[in-house]
Design a protein around this ligand. Sequence first.
Ligand SMILES: Nc1ncnc2c1ncn2[C@@H]1O[C@H](COP(=O)(O)OP(=O)(O)OP(=O)(O)O)[C@@H](O)[C@H]1O
Length: 263
Amino acid sequence: MSSSEATAAEDKRLRKTSISDEVVIEFDDVTKTYNLYKNDRGRFLGIFNYNRKGSFLGSVDACKNLSFSVKKGEAVAFLGRNGAGKSTTLKMVTGVAHPTSGTVKVKGRVSALLELTAGFDMQLTGRENIALRGQIMGLKRAEIKELEPGIIEFAELGLYIDQPMRTYSSGMKARLGFAFAVAIEPEILVVDEALSVGDRAFQRKCIERIREIMMDETVTVLFVTHASSTAQEFCSRGIVLDHGQKVFDGSINDATDYYEKNY
Ligand SMILES: Nc1ncnc2c1ncn2[C@@H]1O[C@H](COP(=O)(O)OP(=O)(O)OP(=O)(O)O)[C@@H](O)[C@H]1O
């Protein structure tokens, strides 16, 4: 076997290779603008275009004229410096943020390993929050009941599963968030590399689980990173963002080269 064949074989072993032609994520000329105000009162009044007191400070385009599409089964790394617009892009995929102009189309069940504890009701127990999150995601009661034991087991919460979440440590909350996100068999998985869940032992377990999902050929993965070997290990494609704009889109090796040379 020649060295290029050996490299190709190695690539095949590590990265997802069967990518379908079906487009599951499409950004068309997307701009996301955040307005900045002196204080929360100004921000609130800004919603009604009422800012006579001059609390409007300016605006930031977190994403600017961003267009790209992702096919089912692709694993794409988003590279860029702090503030480049990576999180904002992913938030528009998960539906937490909406474009100021342009369109975002997403097809399939999205699971986000970003802000794991957002949306939990701290007065409810862990078990009740599983049901609540399931309902919000449109799952049927029977489906939630089926997922529940696996989530509880993965989160390792013991008796705390029936205690109000306000009594949980921050690591315990994140563990439940992670366990839920990976239990629902996502079709699109959004991962922030900076994600930290619980202690070291639990983090190892999470990384293992993320690896398993990422290797599933039918799952589309979006991965946020500051250029790392993990992205090269799992992703076949890299998109480099700079001040909200796409400045490179190509194979992961070319993308990390571009990023390392230019930033
Ligand atoms: N809610 C918000 N209100 C105002 N500005 C925001 C908001 N969210 C993001 N921004 C701004 O938008 C820009 C892009 O931010 P974003 O979080 O998407 O960058 P990032 O590439 O994920 O950065 P990092 O690597 O630091 O996580 C930054 O200038 C940031 O300050």
